[in-house]
Design a protein around this ligand. Sequence first.
Ligand code: SAH
Ligand code: SF4
Ligand code: F3S
Length: 452
Amino acid sequence: MKQEIKKVYIETMGCQMNKSDTERILGILSNFNYEETNKPENADLLMVNTCSIRQLSEDKAFSQLGVWGKWKQDKPDLKIGICGCVAQQKGRKIFSRAPYVDFVLGTHQIYSLPDIIKKINSGEKVCACEETNLPTINEEGFPINRVKSTNAWINITEGCNNFCTYCIVPYTRGRERSRLPETIIKEVKDALNAGFKEITLLGQNVDSYGKDFPTKQTDKPELKNYRLAELLKDLNKLEGKFRIRFVTSYPTDITDELIKTVVELDKVCEYFHIPMQSGSSEVLKAMNRRYNRETYAKIVEKVRKMVPDVTITSDFIAGFPGETEEQFKETLTAIDEFELDYCNVAAYSPREKTVAAKWTDKFIPEDVKNERFQRLNKKIQENCLKSNLKYVGREMEVLVESFYEHKGEKINTGKTRNFKTVHIPCNKDLTGEFVNVKITGAKTWYLKGEKI
Ligand code: SAH
Ligand code: SF4
Ligand code: F3S
């Protein structure tokens, strides 16, 4: 008898790590007769893939679960699961807060999903959150249901060892583990065969890729000195026209060898995401970042000098505990001084278990945090426009990512090698193509270009 096809809907919150996990989860479920739906009301299985980087993201997860929980009254067979960073952090406690949840799946246990599905379908409640320090290996060779796009995101490291005092990630993702090059290269080849044109290598700290190989029980002595630069060289050898990017870089882990590799390899793009977090050396120390303003300056200067047209983006936190107005102003001046092309900003949010969350006497009032957040955003907008204006009149290669109509005009939009967004008015859908354009104008968030 043919097995009934069930429908699964996954709401994904948070960073690329979660988006990439969702693709793997959908791949696993597809082997067990689950097909993805984009309509939650049609689903037999609802999952929320959660983020706990800020309180707001965590609250969003529980309010989503609350909405779905009510649906169970009319649909008693409906199953609800929570995975991702909140699941890993809270474990079983989730069952008391949200009793309609059938399973809690931690970030280390994605490949135990087949077993979980069997159990919940026979009425059990399951929590799979034990931490393992193994990479979440794909033992069964399950497919990965990648979101249709031009860009495939491929994890190269998981977890983080840095323990910045504000950050929950080391608690939700565990210690840093590097995935084996052969696994990564296979995933890249599969993505290229499926038509993806850009590969983004993903990790909390990509430039420490491979540092764990010498200490790991591996039967591969050749991996002793295998780092991000070596991986990039191996990937650059793969046939076909495609681009390679990598995020995120920890400032002091960027080696000269890596920068040189970026310059030399034709497929690797001129783009670095190097979060600074604060422009003040004292705040950086309190954050347990392993650099100060001067060392960050030297790294950015070196990258700019060696890599022509490089785009450097960053992340900053506004209102870290104890941050004075003077120290905050150092962040504003850092964005100017280092000519950061774009930055993500967030107001500090205390996270359970982290060191800084205990410094309650130093917490900055919400209104001050928000006001600093606004000032940072304004500065970033100014700099973004300044950075974009540099490219007016230049010829650049754009990989087109999407095609749409806006106010009666048909537009292709895509990215340059150095991660600038370009809008190209053109009646033909060029999605997935590399197009040479002349940049004719610059706005805050994008460039305008004409196809040559
Ligand atoms: N591994 C990356 C960042 C991962 S988290 C790095 O080291 O830079 C993404 C961003 O979220 C961080 O760069 C930081 O700016 C922000 N963030 C992390 N914890 C936060 C918190 N408790 N409050 C506000 N922002 C936070
Ligand atoms: Fe969090 Fe710091 Fe690790 Fe980045 S490096 S994930 S900010 S602990
Ligand atoms: Fe990512 Fe959020 Fe977890 S940023 S690693 S999903 S806490």
